[in-house]
Design a protein around this ligand. Sequence first.
Ligand code: CA
Ligand code: CA
Length: 133
Amino acid sequence: MKSPRLAAAAALLAAPAVSQTPAPPAPPTPSFPMTRAAAQQLVEQRFALRDANHDHYLTNDELGGSAAAVIGRLDSDHDGRVSSAEASARTLADFDHADADHDGTVTEAEAAAVMAPPAPPAPPAPPAQPQGQ
Ligand SMILES: [Ca+2]
Ligand SMILES: [Ca+2]
């Protein structure tokens, strides 16, 4: 099942950096297999790129179009902004969730498994047929 938190974290990781400069630096891209340390480093790098005013919080202005989703999912203290600690904690929680075999590394397949859209709901069971007679 797709985690809404993971989707928000993925949006934070995947969306381009919002910057006032005409040519923002290219954000680091994830590579697999990824270690937990690499995941934390990646989120910290992404966070720094988006934190335009360098106050260690991501706000509506800095998050752009994905602000509502990202803040809604990552803002654990509900102060209306995402701290670097909130982003790291949630990303690492999502990493642990994705690490299906708990070997401390998320493979591309493990990442794809948690990013896959949820399976469609099972069709309703047919009405029970009376047995015999
Ligand atoms: Ca900021
Ligand atoms: Ca917060």
